[in-house]
Design a protein around this ligand. Sequence first.
Ligand code: TXA
Ligand code: MG
Length: 332
Amino acid sequence: MIARPEILPPSAAAIARAADLLRAGDLVAFPTETVYGLGADAGNEAAVEAVFAAKGRPQFNPLIVHVPDLEMAERVAVFDDRARTLGHGLWAGPFTVVLPRRDDAPVSPMVSAGLDTVAVRVPAHQVAQSLLRAVGRPIAAPSANRSGGISPTTPMHVAEDLKERVAMILAGGRCQVGLESTILDMTRDPPRLLRPGRVGRREIEGLIGPIAVPEDGDGAESPPPAPNAPGQLASHYAPRLPVRPNAVTVGPTEALLAFGPDRFVRGGAVRLNLSPEGDLHEAAANFYAMLHRLDQPGCTAIAVMPIPERSIGVAINDRLRRAAAPRGGSSF
Ligand code: TXA
Ligand code: MG
């Protein structure tokens, strides 16, 4: 018997094997430009159920369907002109759109948690593209981590977190973007940003005009319909240790996650720097990997220096707020 998970570099043979496993209903983790995904044949109810079980994810939290191009996306969701404009402008890339689900979508209803909408994404990563084309079917893929925890940006994160729950990991190195895709809900008017990411508000508005962003209260006062995107739940993306954002000092038993020049913040039991030069894209790419490294017993908390609220810094701060939120009943 082959030990689980098989961890293979993404050769043509490994991708072909991964595609066979997916078609047979097994779970395969694969790299995307954002984070590693835990893939399952979206049309196979048992495989989709196995994804929820492997993650410990509640079944009311829908999954994103991954396809290689706009053409296959249109077999899953109902696109109007604006949605097509977004597809042409932002795909392949770190962008997900929520649209009405097609009645004949080749996707199990469980994927969208029984909703009449579906989230679709065309990843840009070469390995993800090759795999999706080899399978020839839509693939449901949440981030390849246990629900509520830190998202994986390396194959080792996946192996350590999911262990034998995943049949195979395509080990394609570190993820370039490092934060999950931007999610835009196009079933609302105006369209609503559900999760900030590498694709920013301006880029979207440049293509389709004004959108609602929950924090700014501009047309977004009403809460999203339930069940909402659990990426929006108060506590999510959380390490085991408490997280203290906007830290300008660090205690002797705290771990410091610095950003930019950190010479004036003295102390800390352990220190890592997201980007000594203050580059927000480098910081995003390092963010989850450094949280993984700092989340070790022995420290009392992870103190994080202030991250500027611009560009992908908006998405980093979103994940930090959720990592720092109380781990109450809403956390999973
Ligand atoms: O970058 C990404 O998007 C990664 C990679 C693997 O592609 N995937 C990812 O999936 O982050 P996941 O499951 O960790 O996050 C998906 C988010 C959840 O917050 C979920 O609630 C939301 O998408 N979502 C999925 N379908 C939805 C729908 N029909 N309506 C609203 N939100 C939806
Ligand atoms: Mg996730």
